[in-house]
Design a protein around this ligand. Sequence first.
Ligand SMILES: NC(=O)C1=CN([C@@H]2O[C@H](COP(=O)(O)OP(=O)(O)OC[C@H]3O[C@@H](n4cnc5c(N)ncnc54)[C@H](OP(=O)(O)O)[C@@H]3O)[C@@H](O)[C@H]2O)C=CC1
Ligand SMILES: [Mg+2]
Length: 362
Amino acid sequence: MGNGTSRLYSALAKTLNSSAASQHPEYLVAPDPEHLEPIDPKELLEECRAVLHTRPPRFQRDFVDLRADCPSSHHPPIRVMQWNILAQALGEGKDNFVQCPIEALKWEERKCLILEEILAYQPDILCLQEVDHYFDTFHPLLSRLGYQGTFFPKPWSPCLDVEHNNGPDGCALFFLQNRFKLVNSANIRLTAMTLKTNQVAIAQTLECKESSRQLCIAVTHLKARTGWERFRSAQGCDLLQNLQNITQGAKIPLIVCGDFNAEPTEEVYKHFASSSLNLNSAYKLLSADGQSEPPYTTWKIRTSGECRHTLDYIWYSKHALSVCSALDLLTEEQIGPNRLPSFNYPSDHLSLVCDFSFNEEP
Ligand SMILES: NC(=O)C1=CN([C@@H]2O[C@H](COP(=O)(O)OP(=O)(O)OC[C@H]3O[C@@H](n4cnc5c(N)ncnc54)[C@H](OP(=O)(O)O)[C@@H]3O)[C@@H](O)[C@H]2O)C=CC1
Ligand SMILES: [Mg+2]
């Protein structure tokens, strides 16, 4: 093991038993100089693979080229990743994934599967839901990979009901500091029929360093479960209203990533699809006619039975942005008969990854 690797190993190991860190929000603690030392993503990936040596290898997922829809640009595309990574406390204590062995959920290894997925695609912008290891894991490691991060926990996270929890879960947004400069950031507690709810969003305006163009990026996780369709719809309307203001009435190009907990048939989906923000859902472009969402973005087996749903979306301003490529989903065969999460894949939701480019300005 070379010097670099052993230094990294200690960096990764440090995040394993650090639940105490979550009691001291990072912004209250003086930065540890070791935490600021950059990490080579290749070395961290190797380190993760060493931890995962007893697990089956990652599944291959290919990017689908959609460049027919994409103007040629001399600027590199902007890669955006959307992912509900499954809160550790919910996975172990609440979700009731009846076909997933408890050993597959061990944080020490699951953490490495999550990092491996992020490192495999190296997004410029990373939008996460169900993050309950921000301060002790994702913020320190992703900072050292060059990301700037923001976390907004749910006010009454269900994680807090689970014994030995690691704090509340929430949304997290990361962007690469060498590609973007933060212009403006808003933490939004969503309302429904004027009442404050337990669901949140983060919206940030970024300036792209190569092109000097601005981009608004938002991440959210709407209320789960059947029976809450009208509630989700109201939360979606509140988010759209906030985004209208933040984008100055769609003047700033927008990308909204989220676990909407809603199938495309739901009202909240229809609000987004027909909004005056002029949004399209990127993953529809993988279908033959460009009009259908994928058959699933989450697939699990609970005590109530099999749950296969399309709930996760990447919405984008169709007048200002184009999708150059999108990462294909895992196939039914890859997901396997016990569905997700599993020894192969760390969450019950699949990651969505798209490459965007700006359209020419009119
Ligand atoms: N600590 C406190 O004092 C309080 C705690 N609470 C807790 O918060 C919960 C409600 O919070 P809220 O934010 O509205 O939660 P949601 O209904 O939005 O669900 C929370 C999480 O549960 C997951 N989930 C969805 N369906 C199921 C299912 N069938 N079984 C198990 N988990 C599921 C969701 O995952 P996904 O999005 O992936 O589907 C989601 O991350 C209450 O159940 C209560 O436990 C509430 C108030 C106060
Ligand atoms: Mg969940």
